[in-house]
Design a protein around this ligand. Structure first.
Ligand code: FES
Length: 357
């Protein structure tokens, strides 16, 4: 039994002629008739804002104040965009920029939402009404007339008859959005092949794994069982221009498990070091950083759309919209015990793209 806003209980309205068949062999007529009366609406109860003009004005003030707060939040977000610019020299600027823009937008949305709800609850009419459902299907005459109109339009426009015009129009409509695709090319560097850029990262043989963001090299002995580190390639922290672009591809998560917990394929047995494995941090769905490691289950979680990857099984996808496992970075240690890459990733990192194969 459902309750409405006023606490009154309702039985769902049922037509007295409705019939419910109770599981019975076909041919037998075991039938139960449900003849509950439709109780209709509970008596309408006036709100305080319906009866007290002072309260009504107060509610009105609250609503427009919230809407003005929302305006202030939006203006603050725009102000934050200019006041906290993202600079290549300072990676922390991304955090500040996102934080203040996010705060402004959150305030704007929250105040807008609360204001709208308060408006609806306190000031808009709360009288309940019945809107009878009309049949969706048109009458046979209406349907026949609609077909007639389409046929007439087809005849008059010559769309079906003039095939050259029709096909060229379809071609023009398909071609029209293509320039937008080409314009995306302008987002990448002009002097390099963007596909090659997506396929390679700055990892190379012998490059040390270092802590993000300090750039401190990591020894295998620094990793305790169950720990995970956010890792960037050696030299990235000191890079100037292009550092963020490189980091967006080369960021890695490093985890240490017991060696017997890893189900390594034969061709990858040499890619880990004493249970230490390194995987791309860039989600294969749409490229968010996969930042949450659950050390009990050995699952990595992408916070954007909840894709989960199983570290014990080459980071294969066990849940969510991602379609490919996270690429693994083959690692080992150098003579001083520092973790180093054996090579670049052996496949492109991040989301799929057309030329990926
Ligand atoms: S970006 Fe990771 S699940 Fe969507």
């Amino acid at each position: 039994m459902a309750k409405d806003d006023n606490g009154a209980e309702h039985v769902p309205a049922v037509d007295s002629s409705s019939v419910v068949r109770v599981g019975a062999p076909s041919g037998t007529a075991v039938v139960a008739r449900n003849s509950l009366e439709n109780p209709g609406f509970a008596p309408h109860r006036s709100r305080i804002t319906d009866t007290n003009p002072k309260e009504e004005r107060k509610a009105e003030r609250t609503v427009y104040t919230l809407f003005y707060v929302s305006v202030a939040g939006s203006i603050f977000a725009m102000f934050a965009y200019f006041a906290f610019p993202i600079t290549a020299e300072d990676p922390g600027s991304v955090r500040l920029n996102n934080l203040f823009i996010g705060l402004g937008l959150a305030l704007a949305l929250l105040a807008l939402g609360i204001g709208a709800v308060h408006w609806g609850k306190a000031l808009m009419s709360d009288q309940e009404g019945v809107d009878e459902r009309h049949p969706v299907r048109g009458t046979d005459e209406v349907r026949a007339r609609a077909v007639e109109i389409f046929q007439q339009a087809n005849e008059e426009s010559g769309f079906g008859r003039r095939t050259l015009i029709r096909n060229s129009l379809i071609g023009a409509l398909i071609a029209f959005p293509l320039p937008a695709v080409v314009l995306f090319r302008g987002l990448g560097p002009q002097d390099q092949d963007p596909v090659a850029l997506l396929k390679e990262t700055m990892w190379e043989k012998g490059m040390r794994l270092t802590l993000d963001p300090s750039g401190t090299p990591i020894k295998a002995s620094d990793l305790t069982l169950g720990s995970s580190f956010h890792v960037i390639p050696e030299g990235l922290a000191e890079m100037g221009h292009g550092r963020l672009e490189e980091k967006a591809k080369a960021a890695v998560l490093l985890m240490r498990l017991k060696p017997d917990q890893l189900n390594e394929a034969d061709d990858r047995k040499g890619w880990s070091y004493q249970g230490i494995v390194a995987y791309s941090k860039i989600c294969t769905h749409v490229g968010c950083p996969v930042a949450l490691y659950e050390q009990q289950t050995h699952h990595l979680l992408c916070p954007c759309h909840q894709s989960q990857f199983d570290v014990t099984n080459h980071c294969e996808v066990i849940f969510g919209p991602a379609k490919r496992p996270l690429p693994q970075l083959p690692i080992t240690v150098d003579a001083e015990g520092y973790l180093i890459a054996q090579s670049d990733f052996t496949e492109p990192v991040g989301p799929s793209f057309w030329e990926r194969s």
